[in-house]
Design a protein around this ligand. Structure first.
Ligand SMILES: N[C@@H](CCC(=O)N[C@@H](CS)C(=O)NCC(=O)O)C(=O)O
Length: 205
């Protein structure tokens, strides 16, 4: 398998972490969505977006949630990263969804604050995005365990999505916003100490 996309993307990184936590080996192509890589990206992903997971038979899958769902259904029971039954599955997917929301809004904020030409920036929209990122982080903080992971002693799929969102905010937006979420930060630190997660940190890309 091959994962296309740069680790700076929380969507790309979550797929790499998912594969790593499941013990699936894969190669990487850190194609970027902007700059000179874009033409090449369009030959891989017609929508010009990442992540793309290329299977061994050449099939290409897009959208991180659809990819994680595929990986989950392919894995044996002991390798799955989400609980199989409610309410544990419901709760894990709610954390997944809330962290995904933080990631989406943080990426949107990054484009507004750092990619859009200054004369085209819309301050009220940026404030809204900042509020959505910080609100989402507060919500995660309210549910975050003080020890271990959302998955218990070992990180699960919800942890993968939380860590990617938290690290993206810290790494890409440190000069734009600062989330006050000590338990989430501590969970991310514990998670990054594990090589399946830490080796995909955006700072190492
Ligand atoms: N819902 C998608 C979001 C993917 C996404 O937005 N990826 C960004 C990189 S962080 C991208 O491809 N941006 C380029 C673009 O949308 O033009 C997923 O979960 O895979």
């Amino acid at each position: 398998m091959k994962v296309y996309g740069h680790n700076l993307s929380p969507f790309v990184r979550r797929v790499k972490i998912w594969l790593s936590l499941q013990g699936v080996s894969f190669s990487e192509d850190a194609v970027r969505v902007g700059g000179p890589d874009y033409e090449r990206l369009l030959t891989i992903s017609p929508s010009g977006r990442v992540p793309v997971l290329e299977l061994d038979d050449g099939t290409r899958l897009t959208d991180s949630m659809a990819i994680c769902d595929y990986l989950e259904t392919e894995a044996s029971a002991e390798k799955r990263l989400l609980p199989s039954a409610n309410p544990a599955r419901r709760d894990a997917l709610q954390i997944f969804g809330q962290a995904n929301s933080v990631a989406e809004k943080a990426v949107a904020l990054m484009y507004e604050a750092k990619r859009r030409p200054e004369e085209h920036r819309w301050p009220e929209w940026m404030e809204r995005l900042k509020g959505q990122v910080l609100g989402g982080m507060r919500n995660l903080e309210a549910h975050c365990p003080e020890d271990g992971f959302f998955g218990g002693e070992r990180p699960n799929g919800a942890d993968a999505v939380v860590v990617c969102a938290c690290d993206f905010v810290d790494f890409a937006l440190a000069d734009v916003i600062r989330a006050d979420a000590p338990n989430v930060s501590a969970l991310a630190e514990r998670a990054n100490a594990r090589s399946e997660i830490g080796r995909h940190h955006p700072k190492l890309a």
